[in-house]
Design a protein around this ligand. Structure first.
Ligand code: ADP
Length: 207
């Protein structure tokens, strides 16, 4: 069986090892993968910054891909709602998918509110040391609410959306994120460039 617990429901499942080790794969592709886990309030800028980082990385011919929260809820996680148990399962599945992308040497960006520390810690625990990069998109609630790009805060204030993070459901801010991005008063490009610089400094990008 593989390194992850709990065990699969079926007992007739064995773990297949690849012919290529993680190091051999990275050497063959000239790239290492990781998961850049963007977390923050709705409207904080996760999707916008994630997509800009993806674009900057692709411009450098780095293999980058954004797994976007809303899009995943149309497919893989369309059976899940926004209560605590479903939010946890949402993040668990995304974590598993992001892990696969990362193992395939992709610089994987995820853009999910992921409000619970324990859920983010669980994804961190799935990945080898150094492969989980927590990126706190730190935008004050007042600014997110003023931006309100999807009109969701207005609906939440009107009581039309239950369990809305920051209004009627908690957001547990990261305590020690690898990257702490304060977006207030800054441009998207400036924020995205900070993430790319961090990746370069950590050796994820070839010169
Ligand atoms: P989220 O994915 O976190 O819900 P979005 O990326 O959908 O947030 O929305 C963030 C909004 O804030 C966008 O309309 C974006 O243009 C705007 N914005 C303004 N300044 C910034 C910044 N510095 N970083 C990110 N987004 C910003």
């Amino acid at each position: 069986m593989g390194p992850q617990t709990p065990a699969p429901r079926s007992q007739n499942i064995v773990w297949h090892h690849a012919n290529v080790s993680p190091d051999e794969r990275a050497a063959a592709l000239g790239a290492r993968g990781c998961v850049l886990w963007l977390t923050g309030l709705s409207g904080s800028g996760k999707s916008t910054i994630g997509r800009r980082v993806e674009q900057l990385l692709l411009d450098r011919r780095a293999h980058a891909f954004v797994i976007d929260g809303d899009n995943v809820r149309h497919g893989l996680n369309r059976d899940l709602g926004f209560g605590p148990a479903d939010r946890t399962e949402n993040i668990r599945r995304i974590g598993e998918v992001a892990k696969l992308f990362s193992e395939a040497c992709v610089l994987t960006l995820t853009a999910f509110i992921s409000p619970y520390r324990s859920d983010r810690a669980a994804v961190r625990a799935l990945l080898p040391p150094g492969a989980f990069v927590e990126v706190f998109i730190d935008t004050p609630l007042e600014i997110c609410e003023a931006r309100d790009p999807k009109g969701l805060y207005q609906k939440a204030r009107a009581g039309e959306i239950a369990e809305f993070t920051g209004i009627s459901a908690p957001y547990e801010a990261p305590e020690a994120p690898e990257i702490h991005l304060r977006t207030a008063g800054r441009t998207v490009d400036d924020c995205a460039a900070e993430v790319v610089s961090w990746l370069a400094a950590q050796g994820f990008l070839s010169a």
